[in-house]
Design a protein around this ligand. Structure first.
Ligand code: DAH
Length: 335
């Protein structure tokens, strides 16, 4: 019997755990009131002959004490472990979340909108799927006129429903529904049936401007565009207007700004001319006003339209239009 107790003591000495479940199994095994080893041994103590009681008692108490200290010390280990258990280290740095960037076309579009908003232009957007009237006829493109060939059109169903080839459709939609004074800019996507290359794409973006009121003159147009050019490209920028043709404006012009890359001295980008063409403009043709039921004897106005891709390429020195549509993160991250 004494040997059995000694054997228990030997086994116990090495017992170690940090698990609450294992420690509970251990407690039950030795100390359970019903069938614990220590409890049973104490029960047997009564049957031990008197002369052996002393030795047996001592060794049994030794076993009991050992079980109790084990229970106590291991309990603190278990508690320490569970204190650490939630995998929570408040001193750890937070995960850094990569910050996205705006697409360069959005950046430039917002800048342009902002510049015109400061002089009282509000935003409107026409539909991308348009009818012939708003994209062509109301803008004074005669039927079968070669001017329609300037814009290779994607037709949707028949010749009457198409993807707009320019944001000028928005001019008509605004003039049909609002009374002058009208001061509006129309940003949006436009579509042309063109082969994709470094300089052309079948989808691109434009911003259109329209100002209709009494006594609006070409001088107002020029002043507005000069303000825009200086705000966008810098105070030193100069502009020039060259005569041009658009069916919906008369007279029409194209505007150049002094090259923002070489400051007008001549470089590759401006083809050594010192000037960059950035937009088309003109006085709204009286026919267009009348098509929208605006009295052309009472009101005049100007309009202009520019390609956002082109201006963005000039601003950032980007030489391939396709980069805007490829969503390559190495490109987009630079803005
Ligand atoms: N719609 C023309 C184009 O896509 C751009 C344009 C030129 C718009 C002159 C205008 C304007 O409003 O007056 O090429």
């Amino acid at each position: 019997m004494i040997d059995t107790i000694k054997q228990h003591i030997a086994e116990l000495t090495d017992f170690y755990t940090e698990s609450a479940e294992e420690l509970e199994v251990f407690r039950i095994k030795y100390m359970s009131k019903k069938n614990g080893i220590v409890t049973n041994l104490f029960n047997e103590f009564r049957n031990i002959p008197n002369d052996q009681k002393k030795e047996f008692g001592q060794i049994l108490n030794q076993l009991k004490a050992l079980v109790e200290t084990k229970l106590e010390t291991l309990k603190t280990k278990v508690e320490d472990k569970s204190a650490q258990k939630p995998d929570l280290d408040l001193s750890l740095e937070a995960y850094s979340r990569p910050l996205g960037t705006r697409h360069p076309l959005s950046i430039v579009r917002n800048q342009i909108i902002d510049i015109f908003a400061r002089i009282g232009f509000t935003i409107s957007e026409g539909p991308e799927i348009e009818d012939d009237w708003h994209n062509f006829s109301a803008l004074n493109f005669p039927e079968e006129h070669p001017a329609r060939d300037m814009q290779d059109t994607f037709f949707v169903s028949d010749k009457n429903v198409l993807l707009r080839t320019h944001t000028s459709n928005g001019q008509i939609r605004v003039m049909e529904t609002q009374k002058p004074p009208i001061r509006i800019i129309l940003p949006g996507r436009v579509f042309r049936n063109e082969a994709v290359s470094a300089r052309a794409h079948c989808i691109f973006h434009q911003i259109e401007g329209l100002y209709i009121d009494k006594n609006v003159s070409f001088a107002d147009l020029k002043q507005t565009l000069m303000y825009f050019a200086k705000e966008f490209f810098g105070e030193q920028t100069k502009i020039r207007l060259r005569p041009s043709f658009f069916p919906f404006t008369e007279p029409s012009a194209e505007m150049d700004v002094t090259c923002s890359i070489c400051q007008g001295k001549g470089c590759n980008v401006c083809k050594h001319s010192g000037w960059l063409e950035i937009l088309g403009c003109g006085m709204v043709d009286p026919n267009v006003l009348e098509n929208c039921k605006i009295d052309s004897k009472k009101y005049t106005g100007f309009a202009f339209g520019m390609g956002i891709e082109r201006i963005t390429m000039l601003k950032y020195g980007i030489n391939d239009l396709r980069l805007f549509f490829e969503n390559d993160l190495r490109f987009l991250k630079q803005f």
